[in-house]
Design a protein around this ligand. Structure first.
Ligand code: SF4
Length: 152
């Protein structure tokens, strides 16, 4: 591995960012990721040719990690879990999540968008709170039931 040199770090939250940034070796670029598939936290390497083709994926201990490395390298996504305002319930915030992983670049914009969303109880788990979030085709859904309380 001599000749590898760290060149940057995105600093994004989520634990799966390139932990040493891309490195160049013999015309190929190697980027490392920390696998978040399980607590083992394997250090994954994706080697890419000058033509941006993935040449090899290394460092995984299971197929899930290999799939994660390829996905993270080509189309990083995150499941967003947060809360939105709810009225008429015994608590002021409703836990919500994206129904599928969202492109990582849209995460912050989605959080900003959800800051202005307000729903009214009752709400059922899985109910769509925000459809087609940011035109992604992915809905944001309630993570739990929340009954209406007249006293709330
Ligand atoms: S590669 Fe497999 S074993 Fe290693 S951290 Fe990822 S999920 Fe866990």
């Amino acid at each position: 591995m001599s000749g590898l040199r760290p060149t940057g770090d995105t600093g994004e939250p989520g634990g799966a960012t390139p932990d040493d940034g891309p490195v160049v070796d013999a015309g190929h670029e190697v980027t490392t990721y920390l696998c978040i598939g399980c607590p083992l936290g394997c250090r994954l390497e994706v080697e890419e040719s000058a033509e941006h083709e993935i040449v090899e994926v290394r460092g995984f201990s299971c197929r899930r990690g290999e799939r994660f490395a390829r996905q993270e390298h080509t189309d990083p996504r995150r499941t967003v879990t947060t809360t939105v305002a709810v009225t008429g319930a015994r608590i002021p915030r409703l836990p919500v999540r994206t129904a599928a992983p969202l492109p990582k670049g849209l995460v912050r914009a989605l959080c900003d968008r959800l800051a202005s969303v307000r729903v009214a109880a009752p709400v059922r788990r899985g109910e769509v709170v925000l459809a087609d979030a940011l035109g992604s085709g992915i809905d944001v859904v309630a993570s739990r039931d929340l009954d209406r309380t007249d006293a709330g």
